[in-house]
Design a protein around this ligand. Structure first.
Ligand SMILES: Nc1nc2c(c(=O)[nH]1)N[C@H]1C(S)=C(S)[C@@H](COP(=O)(O)O)O[C@H]1N2
Ligand SMILES: [Mo]
Length: 387
């Protein structure tokens, strides 16, 4: 349970006065989160990313300096669309559940909304984030709401040979493999075991609003703990199959190629992008009354600690903001930076998980072995000038 949920429940127990408190508390989440102090000044990074040349596939990238809330407002949330961007009339839309199921289903949005509602605060990061100089803020955190997938699959009755759950979007393009041209919808799959995870949602709501069309309305998959690509938008069909799915976004794109050294031999590996990796970034440097503070975010696993290095100094422990906590959401952190010397500085952060695993340095073998840009979870260094 989130600590904030407990607070909310306590307030509810206090009756009418509590309800006013709930409204205040929810407003406070949006206003005060991502530690910021009244009257502080944000010092812009010197290494501003170049403009995004990706011609519409990635849109609406925010700047890290603007982030001032734990939950990313919908209009500040980045968007990725590899094909077209359908705007779907929910009235005629259905979610089909078919393939290896005892009872194929065709569900209206109203029918899905009548099912059990479940929420999750989840940080969604594109696996390509930090893969290009312009792509450094392809991440956001929202309170997603919908109905859990597992009970629906149970109701449809997965037949014994079914091992793979494929999620098809309504957007489509033409793909060519071995000179075979074929129209394809955007699609990704999960193994049946992964799809039955109770956290996975068929989502129709984002931060308390109807899911906006660019984010997949009327329905998208929300797969907490996975990279962005798993979260299929504009869902139209869920298909149970008896073989692994090998479509473009599972087996050709979003495939990480590594050149690993194994006992004196080079082993080339190709693996499909899957679960999020441990990561953190310095988001901004602020100044108030002459005192500096470094603020950032950490995610991609059970983050236990975050450390920050200024120039070649020793790693200092940042303070994690525990006032907003959710298993699949980023953690915000800050570090006071007293006596910041005038001039240019390099600021690096690293996250450490509950098992003691450390976010790798950019020049570590794990990152150096990677020959593709996806899953770029190396430590991020930003540059700032102190006046
Ligand atoms: N149907 C469909 N779903 C999709 C995509 C897409 O192109 N089509 N892009 C994926 C990728 S690569 C990412 S990173 C996330 C981005 O989600 P957002 O646009 O809501 O931020 O959506 C995923 N779901
Ligand atoms: Mo992505």
């Amino acid at each position: 349970m989130e600590p904030s949920e407990k607070t909310r429940r306590d307030l509810l127990l206090q009756g009418g006065r509590g309800l006013a408190g709930v409204a205040l508390l929810q407003a406070a989440w949006l206003v005060q989160a991502f530690p910021s102090r009244p009257g502080e000044e944000v010092i812009p990074w010197l290494d501003q990313p170049p403009a995004n040349p990706s011609a519409g596939a990635v849109e609406n990238l925010p700047q890290w300096e603007e982030l001032s809330t734990w939950l990313t407002p919908n209009d500040k949330f980045f968007r990725v669309a590899h094909y077209n961007k359908p705007v779907i009339d929910p009235a005629g839309w259905r979610l089909e559940v078919g393939g290896l199921v005892r009872k194929p289903m065709s569900l209206t949005l109203a029918a899905l909304k009548q099912r059990r509602r479940q929420e999750v605060v989840y940080t969604l990061e594109c696996a390509g984030n930090h893969g290009f100089p312009w792509f450094v803020a392809g991440i956001g955190t929202a309170r997603w709401a919908g109905t859990p997938l597992a009970p629906l699959l149970k109701e449809a009755g997965v037949l014994a040979p079914g091992i793979e759950v494929v999620f098809y979007g309504s957007d489509a393009g033409e793909e060519e493999v071995r000179q075979i041209k074929m129209p394809q919808n955007f699609a990704r799959s999960l193994s049946l075991a992964d799809a039955m995870n109770p956290n996975i949602l068929l989502c129709y709501e984002m931060n308390g609003e109807a899911l906006p069309p660019p984010h997949g309305a009327p329905l998208r998959l929300i797969a907490p703990g996975w990279y962005g690509v798993a979260n299929v938008k504009w869902l139209k069909r869920i298909e149970l199959r008896d073989t692994r799915y090998m479509g473009r976004f599972m087996a050709r794109d979003y495939v990480t190629i590594r050149q690993e050294q194994q006992g004196g031999e080079t082993l080339w590996t190709e693996s499909s992008v899957g679960r999020s990796l441990l990561k953190s970034v310095p988001a901004k440097v602020t100044r108030k009354d002459g005192a500096h503070r470094i603020v950032g975010a950490a995610w991609g696993g059970p983050v236990a600690r975050v450390e920050v290095q200024v120039d070649d100094g020793t790693w200092a422990a940042a303070t994690i903001d525990r006032s907003q906590a959710a298993e699949f959401a980023w953690k915000l952190w800050s570090l006071e930076w007293p006596n910041a010397a005038p001039g240019e500085h390099a600021i690096t952060s690293r996250a450490i998980d509950t098992q003691g695993k450390v976010q790798p340095a950019m020049d570590s073998p794990a990152i150096a072995a990677k020959r593709t840009y996806w899953e770029s979870n190396g430590q991020v260094t930003r540059r700032v000038r102190i006046a």
